[in-house]
Each structure stands twice: as C-alpha cells, then as structure tokens.
Design a protein around this ligand. Structure first.
Ligand SMILES: [Zn+2]
Ligand SMILES: [Zn+2]
Length: 257
C-alpha cells in the first residue's frame, strides 16, 4: 500500500499543515481517508488522480474531517473527467452521513446525490466487516471522541494492513484493534498537557503504539502546539518499538507487501 499525507493538521489554520485527509493506494484501488476542506486542492497539488477515487472514508462529522465532502460532490460533477466516469464512487462513514450530505444539499437544492457517475453512500456500524473497495476489507471501531467517531482497520489482498485512528481520546482498545498492523496512522494532537480528553497527547499515543506493536507508526493531526517541539527527542523518551514518524503534508510512505 501507499499512503500520502494530504493534511497532517487540525481545524486550526496552520501555514504548513492542512486539515485531515490521506490518500491510500492499493494495487487496484484509491481511497481517500477523511475529506477536509483542503482535501481536493491538496490532491491536485500532489498531482494525484482524484477523479479515479474508488472510495471516500469519513471518520466523523467534525468539519476538519468532512468539510470538503459536499464541495467535492458539488464541484466534480462539472469536471470533464467526472462527466465521462462510469465507475462507482462509494462514500463510507458513520450513521448520519447521508443526512449530513442531504442537509447541505437542501440549502440550495444542490442535488448532491444526483451525479453523472454512480454514487453510493454507505453508513457503517462499528465492528461490522465490510468491503470498502474490491481488494480491501474494512472494520471500524467506535472511538471516544464524538458520538459517531470511528477508527478504521483496512486489509488488502496482499494482507497488508493499516489502522487510521482519526480523532480519538485515550482507549487501550485501540491497541488491540491495531495489533501488529503494517502501519498505524494515529492522532497525537498535543505533545503534552492536552487541554481536552477527546484527543491524544504523545505519551498516550506512544503507549498505544507500544501495546499494538505495529511495524511502522505515523503520528498525525498535529496542533500548532507541536511547532516548537523536537519530535525525535520527544518520541525517544517513550521507547518506540518501531519507526515512529511525524506526519507532514506531502509525506509519502510505501508499506507492507
Ligand atoms: Zn480533527
Ligand atoms: Zn474531531
């Protein structure tokens, strides 16, 4: 699999970090993990074939994770590439996803469900196994962040695995969920002294990483509080069991088989 970090930041405007969006590519498919307002311009800036996306995953309804979804649906129908498209685009997320799109669609009768290409909106239940694209199976897990927030575990046909926690408070269950994955993409919103319970700080993310023993970990969803922190030094204090990298916009990682 190949992961490209489109947005390593949060909802707080930052000169170098766009808000949450990640491009995930397998041998046969292209998936967007979260769709912030900056997701589409970031895909364009990275030269990615956004018009070939097979699926979009929405982890929860905070605007830094889904704020770009309805503008994407409202805009791409006018592009030549999407007018010609016959391939299905599936959008997955928690219960309430369809209603969210409908509410924005109804503001100006945008008809967001009405596209020149086939579109399917799929609301998933936590712990239900589903096929997100034809070569990737998925399971989601409820996280302590918002009422609907979900982490996701993906496995492709070569048995390569990734967990994307999205936003989450601390729970040891995430370590079980991500046990032994090839890549753990985990939020570490704050380096220390987190001001809210619904996010992780570095010590908690590192605890989960030590328990989960992934082959590779990337810390993301980084608030500006990280700006003046020496990342390598901070991480080294927590005995990392694998390579732990700091996400940055444009980071590209190939992992697994
Ligand atoms: Zn967020
Ligand atoms: Zn959030």
């Amino acid at each position: 699999m190949k992961l490209i970090v489109l947005g390593s930041g949060t909802t707080v405007p930052h000169p170098k970090r766009s808000s949450a969006a990640y491009w995930l590519e397998t041998a046969e498919s292209k998936i967007l993990l979260d769709c912030s307002a900056t997701a589409t311009p970031r895909m364009l800036a990275e030269g990615l074939p956004w018009y070939e996306l097979d699926a979009i995953w929405v982890s929860h309804f905070h605007i830094d994770h889904c704020g770009g979804l309805t503008p994407f649906l409202g805009g791409v129908r006018h592009s030549a590439a999407m007018k010609k498209r016959t391939k299905l685009l599936k959008i997955f997320g928690p219960a309430g996803l369809r209603d969210l799109i409908k509410k924005i669609s109804d503001v100006y009768d945008y008809k967001l469900f009405d596209q020149p290409f086939p579109l399917e909106i799929i609301e998933v239940e936590p712990l239900e196994e589903f096929e997100i694209v034809k070569d990737v199976s998925a399971v989601s897990m409820k996280t302590p962040h918002t009422d609907e927030s979900l982490a996701i575990h993906l496995r492709d046909s070569s048995d390569t695995t990734i967990v994307y926690t999205a936003d989450t408070g601390f729970t040891e269950t995430l370590a079980t969920f991500a046990r032994g994955v090839d890549l753990l993409l985990i939020e570490a919103s704050f380096p220390y002294d987190k001001p809210v319970q619904k996010h992780l700080e570095l010590a908690e993310a590192m605890f989960i990483i030590r328990k989960a023993q992934p082959k590779h970990a990337v810390l993301t969803h980084l608030y500006p509080e990280w700006d003046n922190v020496d990342f390598e030094k901070a991480v080294a204090k927590f005995s990392p069991p694998c390579v732990v990298r700091q996400a940055e916009d444009g980071l590209r990682i190939e992992f697994g088989k």
